[in-house]
Write a protein that binds this ligand. Structure first.
Ligand SMILES: Cc1cc2nc3c(=O)[nH]c(=O)nc-3n(C[C@H](O)[C@H](O)[C@H](O)COP(=O)(O)OP(=O)(O)OC[C@H]3O[C@@H](n4cnc5c(N)ncnc54)[C@H](O)[C@@H]3O)c2cc1C
Length: 426
């Protein structure tokens, strides 16, 4: 949508083909009876650094809300509960020292590797981030802490990702320290409505329910076949996750190393569950609503209630291997898990009014989320394959971004790059 907005602003002739009956992709808002929205997909704008996303919400005059944080955080491990005043992970003093040391090492490497040419660090591409953490940390609390952060942020089993993929990814967000402020602001208006407003401005240049099936391309012509129609154009921007590009028939085929990168691609595994209550009842017990649990089925819960509404909203996020095991549960079973977890953490519970979750892992037009990542050894083999152009085909989408890869900001940045390249060509 952002690429379309930019092309429209420059008065270019284009058509946008969207597979779903809605726009937004991994941004998917749901309107509640009181007019507010919850987010089944992307929710937060970071505290700083996401300049494009920040100007987009400013342009549409959306008012940022901040997660409720007053009160105590519940920390749950081995079914033992600890109440934290500052919300900081309850390390032993040795564990804390070691976590700090490992964090410094991650910071240094992230800075050294940078976001643009990570393939200059081949040994880190052969080592899984799991093995790197085990080798680098000297205390099990520190290893547990960092592995949890990495698995939650990248939504992939750390044994399947190279240390290089992990550090390069962190460098696109400006360093590991930026991850902490990544879930800062959210919007009662629902982020998807921004993309719906852009869609409305496109008129008949947007064709919904049109999954692209095949692409024939040459230097100056592209023929795109959807389930119903054929389109001809001079240049094509493919703005989808790489795993979906791999499902299309493309002739001539994309280079060999594109297929190699696809064959080892790790698609993100995430489950987001949202419980809506009559009121934020946990606040009566001086609880903030935040739950952190490194060893339960659910690892993170946060209070995302809207200040202008009496309802209480809890959002649970599960990433990586845990998401893989929870995802096959049906909605009723997911709700039971969610309610029982909240009850264990808060010591009591109240009746849930509504419960939402979306299956991103098997959604045919996402096949995973938040984002997909390169497999072990793939940076060295395939370098910047996902963001390179091939003849008339240009690639966008957050997986191709050099800034905030995996986030909305990355999707916006990649759209700007792709549009710039197309403009240069035509
Ligand atoms: C649960 C969850 C929580 C998240 N939280 C955050 C967050 O808090 N902050 C943040 O910044 N990011 C978050 N993200 C990540 C963010 O949503 C993505 O990084 C971003 O939306 C990716 O945008 P994109 O345009 O690259 O891809 P997509 O949003 O996946 O868009 C691709 C589009 O292509 C369409 N498509 C697919 N196949 C075809 C085809 N064959 N033909 C035509 N069209 C096709 C899809 O329908 C879709 O509209 C979250 C994601 C999820 C799922």
């Amino acid at each position: 949508m952002h690429a379309c907005k930019l092309l429209q602003e420059q008065g270019k002739s284009f058509i946008c083909l969207e597979a779903r009956s809605r726009v937004g992709g991994r941004v998917y808002s749901q309107k509640l009876a009181n007019g507010n929205h919850i987010e089944l997909g992307a929710q937060w704008l970071a505290e700083s650094g996401q300049t494009r996303f920040a100007s987009l919400v400013k342009e549409y005059k959306y008012k940022p809300l901040v997660n409720f944080q007053d009160g105590l955080t519940v920390f749950l491990r081995d079914n033992q509960k600890q109440l934290l005043e500052d919300g900081v992970f309850p390390f032993s003093s040795l564990g804390e020292l070691d976590a700090y040391r490992v964090g410094r090492r991650i910071q240094q490497l992230t800075k050294k590797i940078g976001s643009t040419k990570p393939w200059h660090f081949p040994s880190l591409d052969q080592l899984s981030i799991y093995d790197w953490i085990q080798k680098t940390s000297q205390h099990e609390e520190s290893a547990e802490y960092w592995l949890n952060i990495i698995e939650s942020a990248l939504c992939v089993d750390p044994k399947l990702l190279s240390a290089l993929e992990c550090f390069q990814s962190m460098s696109t967000v400006g360093g590991v320290e930026k991850l902490e402020g990544a879930d800062r602001y959210y919007f009662a208006e629902g982020i998807q409505s921004i993309f719906e407003r852009i869609a409305n401005s496109l008129g008949n240049k947007l064709v919904l329910n049109s999954p692209v099936i095949s692409i024939e391309h040459s230097e100056n012509q592209v023929i795109v076949q959807t389930n119903q129609s054929q389109y001809q154009c001079r240049k094509l921007i493919l703005a989808l996750p790489p795993q979906l590009i791999g499902k299309m028939f493309i002739n001539p085929a994309l280079p060999e190393n594109y297929s190699s990168a696809l064959s080892t691609l790790q698609t993100g595994k995430v489950v987001k569950m949202i419980g809506i209550y009559q009121k934020p009842w946990w606040r009566e017990d001086n609880l903030s609503g935040t739950i952190i649990s490194p060893d339960s089925d659910i690892d993170f819960v946060i209070d995302s209630s809207h200040p202008n509404s009496p309802a209480g909203i809890l959002v649970a996020l599960v990433g990586g291997t845990r998401a893989e095991s929870i995802n096959p549960l049906n909605t009723i079973a997911k709700q039971e898990l969610f309610e029982s977890f909240v009850k264990t953490a808060f010591g009591r519970s109240e009746k849930i009014e509504e419960f939402y979750s979306h299956d991103w892992i098997s959604d045919p037009y996402s096949l995973g989320a938040y984002r997909s990542s390169r497999g072990i050894g793939e940076w060295v083999k395939s370098q910047n394959i996902f963001s390179r152009s091939f003849g008339s085909i240009h690639f966008a989408g957050t997986e191709t971004a050099s800034s905030w890869r995996g986030y909305i900001e990355g999707a916006l940045q990649s759209a700007e790059r792709a549009v710039k390249r197309v403009m240069k060509d035509i």
